[in-house]
Design a protein around this ligand. Structure first.
Ligand SMILES: [Ca+2]
Ligand SMILES: [Ca+2]
Length: 157
């Protein structure tokens, strides 16, 4: 029985991973070619103010437009000590072809402690449009100490 339940666990994990993979590639299968306008983006990340909310882990970001566009994964890093407790980090500029900003993926790697993300803002410096990508709850914004990948919806501010 133990072996069976362990196998089931593996299958569930495999299905979840496949689902994430399919979800991530949905954009490339979209039919209508949208006009691509490269824009210049800044990214702002607010880390939680609670004790130990910060991390030194590597954080990667991917931004999904509202159709078939997306950015590549980028490593969020600058010369500062990023993602510290209560810190508001600014990254960029990034040059991406996106039609709006509807969703992001954040991947926290296992090379640092857990992390609390309060919100991530994506600013299109060409159109002046700000998008806020926010967890639906405090726990949704929590990344545990291992490698964690999460998706967050974004809205125009
Ligand atoms: Ca840090
Ligand atoms: Ca840094």
């Amino acid at each position: 029985m133990y072996g069976a339940s362990k196998l089931l666990g593996r299958i569930v994990v495999a299905v979840a991973a496949t689902g994430a993979l399919l979800w991530g590639s949905v954009g490339t299968a979209a039919a209508a070619p949208a006009p691509l306008v490269q824009s210049r983006f800044n990214v702002y990340v607010q880390t939680g103010i609670q004790s130990y909310a910060g991390t030194d882990a590597t954080i990667h970001l991917k931004v999904f437009g509202c159709d078939n566009t997306s950015s590549p994964y980028v490593n969020l890093d600058n010369s500062e000590d990023n993602f510290e407790t209560g810190k508001f980090d600014r990254f960029g500029p990034f040059y991406w072809d996106l039609n709006g900003v509807c969703q992001i993926s954040l991947v926290k790697y296992a090379n640092g402690s857990d992390w609390q993300m309060v919100y991530t803002d994506i600013y299109d410096t060409v159109t002046g449009q700000m998008y806020r990508c926010q967890p639906v709850s405090v726990s949704d914004g929590y990344f545990s100490s291992g490698r964690v990948a999460k998706y967050f919806g974004c809205r125009s501010l």
